[in-house]
Design a protein around this ligand. Sequence first.
Ligand code: ADP
Ligand code: ASP
Ligand code: MG
Length: 446
Amino acid sequence: MGIKVAKFGGSSLADAAQFARVRDILLMDADRRIVVPSAPGKRCSTDEKVTDLFYACNRMAAAGESIDAPFGAIASRYHAIASELGLSLDLDAQLADVRMRIELGGGADYAASRGEYLNGLLLADYLGWDFIDPQQGIFFDEEGRLDEERTQSKLGALLAGREHAVVPGFYGCDTHGNVKTFSRGGSDITGAIVARAVGASLYENWTDVSGCLMADPRIVRNPEPIRYVTYRELRELSYMGASVLHEDAIFPVRIAGIPTNIRNTNHPEEPGTIIGYEAEEEESPYAITGIAGHKDFAIIAVEKAMMNAELGFGRRVLQALEEEGISFEHMPSGIDTMSVVVHEDVIAGKKERLIARIKELCHPDTVEIHSGLALIATVGRGMVRSKGVSARLFDALMRAGINVRLIDQGSSELNIIVGVDNLDFENAVRAIYRAFVVRENRENRW
Ligand code: ADP
Ligand code: ASP
Ligand code: MG
């Protein structure tokens, strides 16, 4: 016994039929007492997410244009759900109020948050559960970061003693009392915060895939699900692009020692992925846990003979980045070379200034920025123990004819990161997957 917090993603609550599935799942287990809904997502690949429609409303309202079209689409999504489920709440009054506030300049965060707010109202009505507005319980500080202490105590107090509650995802309250959202996909973070606030025994994250998969299913066909992953591994995977769980959803539950279970709303019979602690480690059949990656990085390559002997050289390179407000991802270095890997978009419009400043501070032989790099992380807690993992990885890339432009083995020994051309990204992920999963399966079978 214990409280389970169940977060449902956008596609899990995209229409009335999905609402019915969600209710069945909730009623299946009496411990599922708090639910965190997202806004209605896509019903098919060509559909629009309600959150995107709300952002469009805000942009059009700010430009002085009519928001009839996107708002009409939003209203019909909610009306269809409410009428098919026979709900009694006054949806028209809610929609009219939201529309008025967007047109009066409520702003992007207010508009976007209404997707979750309205879906939460519908779900609370459907289930007959209490509705808790996170604007009263989740707080951000002056810098826009989560105010953990205030949130923990306020949200804990709001939820204390309630048998059942619906807490919409994705938003909270800034220091001026206005709505503020997390970054995209942030309902996962709300779920984790709520789980921590009530001391849940489990955080369930219900989505449209059967857990965290060994590779992005949009790149590899039918990847194997990961049965068990540690928080540290998942942090590496989600930071590097395994977008099934928002990277910031890991900390609140990890600190509180609460395991997370990623499950499939459309296949509740499947166990999904358990994310837990190293101590609960289970054997995995593969040498690696998963593969994730991202396109559009750049390498700032600085070269200078005898760089290794020059005191403070690295610090001065990083100082140039700091002055421009640029944070970096990785820094693989040699004796006479230093490479700093950054996201393409954080150096956009700053490249020339950055090169000039590095020249001024460090007097290098050369400094160049190479664009169009994709990074791929192969992650696994078992990698340290199993021999030949990197040999297998590089052999797979070589056989696929892929040129490796950068190698970085994180000091955590949890991952090997390779950099390849953007154009080779998908093929490289498939080659690594084949080497570690497909080949292993074949060998075990024969
Ligand atoms: P939700 O709306 O439920 O929050 P998301 O779209 O945010 O769902 O996340 C689920 C999606 O993440 C999947 O449909 C899949 O396309 C994508 N994805 C990317 N990498 C992975 C991975 N390694 N494992 C599972 N899903 C992944
Ligand atoms: N609805 C928000 C988004 O589309 C938050 C979420 O789905 O988690 O980004
Ligand atoms: Mg999501």
